[in-house]
Design a protein around this ligand. Structure first.
Ligand SMILES: [Zn+2]
Length: 478
């Protein structure tokens, strides 16, 4: 019997259930039978033959949910570390995105999928906007199906208008072949609404409605999408509770009101918004409008692909803004609104709700799917003391502390090592992709793409002069 088929019991962990009351259970067990959580509590009786995992000194939490990740870009990990959004658009949309072959989409998706489960992100939306052909789309799904995580394919294609690809026979054929009854956790349609008063995106929204697919859209992105897009979606009746607005960082209250009133949610990618320039990470606004939040990493071409970073930067950015707004009015924030506990909720339940999967994932409660993360690192000086469990997850833990991961009851990582994952094969595919791009672009373009020019810095005049104490004359020298 393989570990997959055996019941699994985690013993003596600090359990963050993330149930409605956010119940925390010290010294508790989590019992998994089949693909579901059977029981959570102290001193559970496990069925004979259960795999026992010692969670002593560790934290058990639900698998995390990332609602927006361009996984095909993972093959270019870190290449755009110094980019702005403009440089990203030039590189992917105008210059180099077309160079990606189906096998390159496969390579990026494969590595991104492995990276996700390794970091305890058990459900990921693959915001797959590099699907230039049906072959690219097949390759994207092949890679997702090769990795034992939960993946939602958000289908997109930056090389065409959504009214073109969404209405093509190839797209409908792909949907019939790979999505209806396929192995993915869900399906969305991914496209942006430009604000063109003619609203050409209507055709794509109509296809989404017909297929019962949620729409995910980069909204409120400085210089790209704005209030007009939201207004057009709303006026034409295409905003609904399943709609996911990515970033939503540069919008007015009117747009936030429309999102709140139609029940949609925002996927906040704080590391992205901070570096790329879509707008200030919007949680400080979303809190005021009571708009549901989920977290996402966007793309590994720039920054990290784990939700520990997302939780940490999101909490920091929200507090940073709250202090800044107060200081501008000569006020002092003495109590922060946003708590660590809330961002853990966003990384788990928030994502589950955004995907309409709240009854299935996002919490460690009996009957839910057994997507479980054990954070434990016996050799780390940062694993004790654990005094504030949610705070510990947000500000102290990191992906290297992810000890064991279950997806639907299947052990995909144990004792800090991925189970039955051929990382060397993934590396070979990624290397082939890099070789192809580098050769096709040429070395000069490759280097130029990675190293954008640095603008000149103007050094301000300093009205003060350096002074030092002259001990001999007992005077300040100028
Ligand atoms: Zn994005």
């Amino acid at each position: 019997m393989s570990a997959t088929d055996r019941p699994v019991v985690f013993r003596n962990g600090l359990v963050l259930t993330m149930d409605d009351a956010h119940t925390v259970l010290p010294g508790a067990d989590v019992l998994v039978v089949g693909d579901r959580i059977a029981e959570v509590g102290v001193g559970l009786t496990a069925p004979e033959g259960a795999l026992e995992i010692d969670a002593t000194g560790g934290i058990l939490m639900p698998g995390m949910v990332d609602t927006h990740r361009h996984m095909w870009q993972t093959a270019m990990r870190g290449y755009g570390a110094d980019w702005t959004l403009t440089q990203y658009f030039v590189w992917y949309y105008l210059e180099s995105g077309k160079l990606f072959r189906p096998e390159d989409v496969y390579a990026g998706n494969l590595l991104g999928a492995i990276e996700a489960i390794d970091a305890g992100v058990t459900t990921t939306v693959d915001w797959s906007h590099g699907l230039q052909t049906a072959d690219h789309a097949d390759a994207a799904v092949d890679a997702l199906e090769a990795v034992p995580g939960r993946f939602v394919l958000a289908y997109g294609n930056i090389q065409q208008g959504p009214w073109e690809w969404a209405t093509s026979p190839e797209f409908r054929d792909f949907h019939r072949r790979r999505i209806d009854g396929g192995g993915l956790a869900g399906f969305q349609m991914a496209f942006d609404v430009t604000g063109d008063p003619a609203f050409p995106e209507r055709a794509a929204f109509e296809v989404a409605r017909e297929l019962g697919a949620a729409v995910t859209t980069h909204a409120g992105v400085w210089g790209a999408t704005n209030d007009d897009g939201i207004r057009l979606m709303h006026e034409h009746g295409f905003m609904n509770p399943s709609t996911v607005y990515v970033h939503a960082a540069t919008l007015t209250h009117d747009s936030y009101n429309r999102i709140a009133a139609t029940g949609g949610s925002v996927s906040v990618s704080t590391e992205s918004e901070q570096s790329a320039g879509q707008g200030y990470p919007p949680t400080w606004q979303l809190r005021h409008h009571d708009i549901p939040v989920s977290l996402s990493m966007d793309t590994s071409v720039w920054w990290s692909g784990d939700l520990f970073s997302a939780m940490r930067t999101t909490l920091g950015a929200d507090r940073s803004r709250e202090h800044l707004e107060a200081h501008a009015k000569q006020d002092t924030i003495t109590h922060c609104h946003l708590r660590a506990e809330q961002v853990v909720e966003w990384a788990t339940r928030g994502g589950a709700r955004a995907l309409g999967m709240d009854s299935a994932i996002g919490a460690l409660t009996p009957g839910r799917q057994a997507d479980v993360v054990l954070i434990k690192n016996d050799t780390s000086p940062v694993m004790f003391p654990i005094l504030n469990p949610h705070g510990h997850v947000v500000f102290q833990a990191q992906r290297g502390d992810v000890h064991t991961v279950l997806v639907g009851g299947r052990v995909v990582k144990r004792d800090g090592r991925l189970v039955d994952i051929d990382l060397a094969a993934a590396q070979a595919k990624v290397t082939a992709t890099i070789d192809h791009l580098r050769e096709t672009m040429g070395e000069q373009a490759w280097q130029r793409g990675m190293n954008p020019d640095v603008p000149e810095t103007a050094i301000l005049e300093n009205p003060y002069q350096y002074t030092e104490w002259d001990a001999g004359s007992a005077q300040w020298k100028h």
